[in-house]
Design a protein around this ligand. Sequence first.
Ligand SMILES: Cc1cc2nc3c(=O)[nH]c(=O)nc-3n(C[C@H](O)[C@H](O)[C@H](O)COP(=O)(O)OP(=O)(O)OC[C@H]3O[C@@H](n4cnc5c(N)ncnc54)[C@H](O)[C@@H]3O)c2cc1C
Length: 441
Amino acid sequence: MNHTEKLDLLCKSIKDKVAKKAAVTFEKSSVSHFVPNPDDPRFKREKINIRDFNEILSIDTENNTCTAESGVTFEKLVAATLEHGLIPKCVPELRTITIGGAVSGCSVESMSYKFGGFHDSCTEYETVTSDGNIVICSENENSDIFHLLHNSFGTLGVITSLKFKLIKAKPYVKMNYVVKNTIEEYRDFLAESMSSNEIDFIDGIVFGPDHFTACLGIMTDEVPYLSSYQGTEIYHRSVQTKNQDYMKIQDYFFRYDHDCHWLTETIPPLTLKPVRKLFGRWFLGSTNLIKWSKRLRYIMKMKRRPEVVVDVFIPGKNFVPFLEWYKSDFSFYPLWVVPYRYPEVYPWINPQFAEGMGDDNLIIDFAVYGKKNNNPNLDYSKLLEDKVYELNGVKTLISRNHYTEKRFWEIYNEPAYSDVKKRMDPAGLFLDIYSKFNNQK
Ligand SMILES: Cc1cc2nc3c(=O)[nH]c(=O)nc-3n(C[C@H](O)[C@H](O)[C@H](O)COP(=O)(O)OP(=O)(O)OC[C@H]3O[C@@H](n4cnc5c(N)ncnc54)[C@H](O)[C@@H]3O)c2cc1C
């Protein structure tokens, strides 16, 4: 089926759902990178099938751009662009995150300190509204829709294809791991690294209250040896024991995938070499791990609450206060750290709220993967959400959310969202962003 035929089918199926007056979510061919929650109402909703939107439509090696359907995974994309010596400007670390999902959610990775999120490298989206119209949007055409689709989580229509920029790549990455012992030293070292022209990738891992590691990557053509973290070796553990490393660039991009960052630490047998060797192909890798956690969601229901798995964006100016609070009140390690410079305040953020974010356009993505949350008197997910709000940060919506409607719209730009929502979803098919994510236990 070609792209036009897929679009025709999609428009038809949207009309059917509108006739049924169903509220919908999307059925993709790859797993959803949403933290499985047994009470998630999305499991029960009608689905619109976008499984076939999986093709790379063109790679323009003169202008370094790519046009691809929204369900293309970053694993497939990187393999195709590398054939031309090119890579996307943002490659989220899990193999099967899709380009449509990366725009609709919020994607970050170790080039974000230079290039922002994946949306910031996109130049055009093709979308379908709930009345079955195709709308093209870009910086120059329907630019409000273009920018509001970012972080709209599928509530403003279906993105069917995307055009985005690519950059030149080298085949390998050399890693340097630098350890700092205080929050201030760490902040200063990351700032210094961000202003260096010699570094291509920056992220970090906090292993404990006085163990802060910066992971600095440089693309290179030659290597003395190669490491791989797609088998028995565990990437985040290697960072604790090495001060240098070398990987193929595609292995670098997906270095956290095999252990889904460090979620396997919550299932200790999966960190043992013999188990990894014998059973790894069924259990390891983000896709397997997410599938298993969905299958086991009824068992998860026996827990008081699911583990805390979430990314939060903290304004750069609050780096130290956040980490000091984290050390005293949250204290769960490792903690992932990704500096992220955005080109301008995203229009989906309430402009008043954005005023408190500082004027250096820098946020730090801190990601928590697997803190136990069984204390009867304290919900750590809510505690974190409240602290992030207090520090003028934004919590991503990928797991449990606790906002009141009032607080939610203090953070998100309601007038801009409602205006685009009316045009993109006149039939009310795609749910409203507050109610889609804020009615879970
Ligand atoms: C455990 C875990 C680890 C993560 N690690 C990283 C990471 O390392 N780096 C990073 O950048 N991000 C990470 N994320 C976040 C991830 O990038 C976002 O959750 C992203 O939105 C997932 O995209 P997906 O392709 O899996 O889409 P889904 O999870 O299926 O969908 C995400 C949202 O986008 C909507 N959507 C999907 N496709 C479309 C479309 N074609 N049109 C319109 N709406 C659509 C869906 O309705 C949904 O609301 C992680 C998330 C989890 C749960």
